[in-house]
Design a protein around this ligand. Structure first.
Ligand SMILES: NC(=O)c1ccc[n+]([C@@H]2O[C@H](COP(=O)([O-])OP(=O)(O)OC[C@H]3O[C@@H](n4cnc5c(N)ncnc54)[C@H](O)[C@@H]3O)[C@@H](O)[C@H]2O)c1
Length: 248
């Protein structure tokens, strides 16, 4: 998972930099705030307190206020945050107003599930192309898209201005797929295949590995069991912190 910080860039309105210097952990929480804000907006809420938004997003309110202060958003005392305004600010910072084009490489078990997921569109992304190296998969229709051969990746990436590539191929082919995506001009990669990808410094890679998440939960199970096994049977509950996101 890349851990780059995002430097300030001049040129934004109202004294708020276009790209404030955001800690990676803050960036990771912004989508949670956005999800909670969209839900609040759907219920008709026009404002929300920091405590209310923090509870809905599953973080503590001090952390939330600090995160939002990085965006220049402080809320109004006694009123809270304007829901619609905060949605706009977070969507702007995350670049979701760009409706970026995404392609998926590897249409096997996982790729099928991802390609069939309708939720990407509502979160600001267009899945515009599916690729596989297996000729038997080429031509298959999934969610209105036709699976294309990876030989066509470079051409299609240019035609569709693909910004983000998702890798759902076996681990042994993931590096070659990443190389092909980079050669096609893709500068952000979401990698589901286990292992580390080597990419140029201008390419951001994020990795999703559910097995790692399970292993981290296993550690917490182990820790809780060892705490309760201590003489006197200490509580297994953490003393503080966000229970719902262990390790964040
Ligand atoms: N991140 C997670 O939590 C998670 C969960 C499940 C699986 N995975 C990983 O996702 C990947 C896919 O798993 P799966 O179960 O869908 O596998 P799968 O074998 O069902 O599908 C892989 C697909 O990739 C295609 N492929 C192989 N080489 C390719 C290449 N060079 N270019 C393009 N396509 C190619 C295959 O033809 C196939 O359609 C694996 O790396 C697996 O370990 C990750």
């Amino acid at each position: 998972m890349s851990q780059q910080r995002h430097g300030s860039t001049p040129g934004a309105a109202d004294g708020v930099p276009a790209f404030p210097d955001l800690p990676e952990a803050t960036i990771a929480r912004l989508p949670e705030y956005l999800r909670a804000l969209h839900h609040l907006a759907e219920t008709g809420a026009e404002t929300v307190s920091s405590e209310g938004l923090a509870a809905a997003a599953g973080v503590n309110s001090a952390k939330l206020r600090k995160d939002l202060s990085h965006l220049g958003s402080y809320g109004t005392r006694g009123v809270g945050y304007d829901v619609a305004l905060l949605v706009d600010q977070i969507e702007y910072i995350l670049g979701l107003d760009k409706n970026r084009a995404v392609c998926l490489v590897g249409v096997g078990n996982l790729g099928h599930a991802l390609a069939g997921y309708a939720g990407f569109a509502s979160r600001g992304f267009r899945v515009v192309a599916l690729f596989d190296a297996d000729p038997k998969k080429v031509g298959e229709q999934i969610n209105g898209l036709t699976v294309q051969h990876t030989d066509d990746l470079e051409r299609v990436a240019a035609e569709e201005s693909i910004a983000i590539g998702v890798i759902a191929t076996p681990p042994g082919t993931a590096q070659a797929v990443a190389d092909a995506l980079v050669a096609a001009g893709v500068t952000s990669i979401l990698n589901f295949a286990p292992g580390v990808l080597s990419v140029p410094s201008n390419v951001d890679v994020r990795k999703v590995d559910l097995a790692i998440e399970l292993q981290i939960l296993s550690f917490h199970e182990h820790r809780k069991a060892s705490l309760t096994a201590l003489p006197g049977g200490r509580s297994a509950q953490p003393a503080s912190g966000d229970q719902e996101v262990v390790g964040s």
